[in-house]
Design a protein. Structure first.
Length: 383
């Protein structure tokens, strides 16, 4: 089957609405199957409507994709390439979507073929640094902070956890990541795939979920400050400070040594991001903590109306205000805000670098529990 796949590419589609609708619906179906297998939460997959809208309205990147068909015309995999056009103009981000196949060797060959085809697209865009994420099935526990793996002081994992912990791997069976926080097991299928393709592991990330129906406390701000919340666009009086907080986030978030250039935000960029979300039917639920007329912290949830799953996006506290419990307070405040404005919401999902133990502690205090782990991989292509 691998030797007979054909590719449908977004750049080759005719100027026909029906062809684009069909392509994105098939791409979304492949993504749904892959996400259900990797993380067990199908709602994390990007819908056809959202992807098409973001590709049209997001001026910060250029995107393309391809779908692999077998000899019967069945979609068996896909890839998506995102190319930044502002910062990071030598980089590209690749996502390989490969739903599970019965034969492991066949699945590995398909993944390799999809990745190679995606890298050809990256080269066509003239980019030389490639990033991608792959979900781990085996997590090496020994080098990691106990906080990263444990919850409520023990080693009991949630029923939906999509990883196993290897505490004592054989000598020489692991590869350190560039961030120096953790190692990856060479027996993990995704690790074998990526190292065979020449990628280097940069950073391990923990994927965590918060059940909104579980007790999480209210959202009271510390003495001397107050919570301000809104939906969609930031109020005019807070827009400039919110944009500045985005820049603070970009400058301070752990990157594990990846070749990332921090984004610089201003009000125009903030309004552009809000407009893209609005056009894509994405609701932005925001809470911030203000001290007088100054914003000290904020956090953002994004939700597609009617979906039970919400994405936890940025959370940041100004460096000079850290250590006061503002991150926990603002997350709890936004969870309460979300419950009030969106009764459909049931679960919030977030990602954190494992070296960012301060934020993982914040998320644990706010009620988040580990669900899966992924690795950020980097490849440098020859010029």
């Amino acid at each position: 089957m691998i030797h007979s796949i054909s590719m449908i590419r977004s750049i080759d589609l005719p100027a026909d609405e029906a062809a684009h609708v069909d392509f994105h619906e098939r791409l979304a179906a492949v993504g749904l199957a892959a996400m259900s297998d990797r993380l067990g939460i199908p709602e994390l997959a990007t819908t056809a409507e959202r992807r098409r809208s973001e590709w049209t309205h997001d001026a910060t990147r250029v995107c393309e994709a391809a779908i692999a068909l077998d000899a019967t015309g069945r979609a068996v995999g896909a890839w998506v390439v995102e190319v930044p056009v502002r910062e990071n103009t030598d980089t590209a981000y690749v996502q390989v979507l490969d739903p599970p196949l019965v034969a492991v060797a066949e699945a590995d060959a398909l993944h390799a073929a999809l990745l190679a085809d995606a890298l050809a697209a990256v080269r066509r865009h003239g980019r030389h640094v490639v990033f991608t994420h792959e979900v781990l099935t085996e997590v090496v526990g020994d080098p990691l902070s106990p906080l990263v793996l444990r919850q409520d002081g023990d080693r009991t994992l949630d029923e939906g956890a999509h990883f196993t912990v290897v505490d004592h791997p054989p000598a020489g069976s692991t590869i350190p990541v560039r961030s120096r926080s953790g190692t990856v097991s060479q027996s993990d299928r995704s690790v074998r795939r990526m190292t065979a393709a020449g990628f280097a592991p940069v950073q391990i990330e923990r994927f965590s979920v918060l059940a909104l129906m579980s007790p999480g406390g209210g959202g009271a701000a510390p003495p001397g400050s107050r919570v301000v919340s809104w939906v969609d666009g930031a109020p005019k009086e807070w827009a400039a400070q919110l944009a500045d907080l985005y820049s603070v986030f970009e400058a301070t978030v752990p990157t594990g040594g990846a070749s990332f250039e921090p984004e610089t935000w201003d009000v125009a960029r903030l309004r552009e991001a809000e407009a893209t979300a609005r056009a894509s039917d994405v609701v932005r639920v925001v809470s911030a903590i203000a001290e007088g007329r100054r914003l000290l912290a904020f956090t953002l949830f994004e939700q597609t109306p009617g979906s039970p799953v919400v994405f936890q996006e940025h959370t940041v506290v100004r460096p000079e205000a850290r250590g006061r419990g503002l991150a926990v307070a603002v997350k709890r405040a936004n969870a309460a805000h979300l419950r009030a404005v969106s009764p459909d919401a049931e679960t919030v999902c977030t990602w954190n670098a494992v070296e960012n133990t301060a934020m993982i502690a914040v998320n644990t205090a706010a009620g988040f529990r580990p669900r899966a782990f992924s690795v950020l991989w980097e490849l440098r292509l020859e010029a």
